[in-house]
Write a protein that binds this ligand. Sequence first.
Ligand code: PAF
Length: 275
Amino acid sequence: MQTLTSFESMQAWANATHREGLRIGFVPTMGFLHAGHVSLMERLRPEVDRLVVSIYVNPLQFGPDEDLERYPRDPEGDAAKCDGAGVDVLFMPPDLYPDGFVTSVAVDRLTDGMCGATRPGHFDGVTTVVARLFNLVRADVACFGEKDFQQLAVIRRMVRDLAMPVEIVGGPLVRDPDGLAMSSRNKYLTETDRERGLSLHRALFAMRDAATAGEKRAEALLAIGRDTLTVDKLHYLELVDAESLQRIERVERPARALVAAFLGKTRLIDNVGIV
Ligand code: PAF
């Protein structure tokens, strides 16, 4: 595995790799890697000739009161995990933007609700960095986790709308044995926060089970979810169409239940498919 740290060297490697006719797979991350990230690498590894992972904590996607400064980092552990997953290139730039950078990429509508509403500017930061990373890595296929379900939908739409020459693949959410969705931010949780945080997936699964048992009314399903949550501050609990991310009144097509909430100072998200 080689580590590249400048965007010039990343782009030069990608150009040379394409000249050889090789297929590039890409997993963008912000580091502090866990089994969820590794599952995305393993998902792409068999279908590409070269696998690239980027680690960059992107300031553009953090709000002024968010955790940019304390976002957990573990460059050595991350490198070992990437090496173990058969990664060819680890791209770890100390900075990603050129001097005087003033461009942004924004996807409307899909970003109006949920994390878009509760974290203003967040998705513009995500789409801007991902667009820039795509141009540096020149991946043929890129994999994003369904844990960030809205992010995945937003990136798919950006790629479609701007005709970016990259295929987007979603990787299933990975849970710890107790059911908590894996996240780099779980590191912040105290034992009691973590225990109460388990109510996120319990609420979503209770909604899914009730829908499977025949309850199709969104309001009734949301009430079941809300009754199960034991969190400090609920950012949102939503039931939306799985593709358009628009709120629904009844479950008639594949839907998704999504939640975001604070446990202490830690904001967690989770989601589950409802059919
Ligand atoms: O999901 C993440 O870790 C980040 O939002 C991403 C896609 C790497 C962009 O910074």
